[in-house]
Design a binder for this molecule. Structure first.
Ligand SMILES: Nc1nc2c(ncn2[C@@H]2O[C@H](COP(=O)(O)OP(=O)(O)OP(=O)(O)O)[C@@H](O)[C@H]2O)c(=O)[nH]1
Ligand SMILES: [Mg+2]
Ligand SMILES: [Zn+2]
Length: 321
């Protein structure tokens, strides 16, 4: 935790633990919290997590239906992908959807341009699915393309690096910091997969005055409550669908289907349509599994606790986790 005083460790208070149901309530990297210092204690006690202006979440890995906040209060989320054997446009779409949902602005960083003969073509393909978000083609190894990326990071902004293990997030952080602060590890030769070298989330101050958070590579990104994010990621498909003859068109083989026509004429990639379907199915599945009552109770509880925060802690002992 950092603040006006000095950096120190903080842990959730007993009361916070009792009231929190874990998951989305739990303090995450980037959170602002109100804390209490107790005489004779070195650790501060976290009383409340202040409202977040953005939050990147995912469904917790495995079968459990719960959310996990990866990082909070982010301005820009850099989705890092490597142009190697593990490159996958559909995975980038998945990250984009959750980013749009998060409230942070997404940008795509295509790393390892040095080792890829068709880097420019792939960057063009990604630009085609990024729906206006910037796409940076870089090599953290050679430094190629980093100037443009750095120029986009502004003083005071909080930036997070997201992406699979081994794509070069920590290598990028070291480059931007101009020193070897984060350990990095070679990827497996057989499939270019990383070895989960970074194990905790950490925030660094860049020379430009921007703050950057390195994160451990996610094994899987299952979307959480991202229906709007999915819609924003696939505005092109939505626009086509709006022109279908039947309003309930399933875009299979109905007459007058603009989506299928776009696939035939090469305007839309069939894989992108499949990706859209898959992400929508995931959202529907989640909604069915979630108890609607839980959402309402949670909202009410957050409202009450925020009122308490404002009353009790305004202007006092604020720190950044
Ligand atoms: N050729 C090439 N290799 C790179 C580049 N950037 C990173 N690497 C290599 O890719 C490997 C993985 O890099 P890391 O920075 O550890 O990857 P990471 O995304 O932080 O991985 P996790 O911490 O496991 O999530 C290292 O061996 C890096 O040297 C690049 O631009 N080009
Ligand atoms: Mg790393
Ligand atoms: Zn249709």
């Amino acid at each position: 935790m950092a603040g006006d005083f000095e950096d120190c460790w903080a842990e959730p208070s007993g009361k916070f633990r009792k009231e929190s149901e874990g998951g989305g309530d739990w303090p995450a990297v980037g959170d602002w919290v109100s804390v209490e210092f107790q005489a004779g204690q070195t650790n501060a006690l976290i009383q409340h997590v202040l409202p977040r202006r953005s939050r990147f979440v995912r469904k917790v890995a495995g079968k459990q239906i719960a959310e996990q906040v990866i990082v909070a209060n982010i301005d820009v989320a850099l989705i890092v992908a490597a142009l190697d054997g593990d490159f996958n446009v559909r995975r980038i779409e998945r990250y984009l959807a959750q980013c749009w949902e998060s409230g942070a602005r997404p940008a795509v960083v295509l790393n390892k341009a040095d080792g890829c003969a068709e880097a420019k073509e792939l960057a063009a393909e990604v630009a085609g699915i990024a729906m206006g978000s910037p796409v940076f083609l870089v090599s953290a190894k050679s430094g190629e393309g980093l100037e443009a990326l750095e120029a986009s990071l502004r003083k005071g902004q909080t930036i997070v690096l997201l992406g699979s293990s081994g794509v070069g997030k920590s290598t990028l952080v070291n480059r931007l910091l101009q020193e070897e602060r984060q350990s990095t590890h070679e990827v497996r030769e057989s499939d270019s997969r990383g070895r989960h070298t970074t194990t905790s989330r950490e925030l660094f101050l860049l020379p430009s005055g921007a703050m950057i958070i390195d994160t451990p590579g996610l094994r899987e990104l299952q979307l959480w409550n991202a229906a709007d994010g999915v819609a924003q990621t696939f505005t092109d498909v939505d626009e086509l669908a709006a022109q279908c003859r039947f309003t309930d068109c399933q875009h299979q083989n109905e007459p007058g289907c603009s989506v299928q026509t776009a696939i035939t004429t090469g305007v839309l990639d069939a894989d992108r349509l499949e990706s859209w379907r898959k992400l929508q199915r995931e959202q529907e599945f989640l909604l069915r599994k979630m108890d609607p009552g839980i959402g309402a109770i949670q909202k009410k509880r957050i409202k009450i606790s925020m009122r308490q925060v404002r009353q009790k802690y305004q202007g006092r002992d604020k720190g950044k986790n």
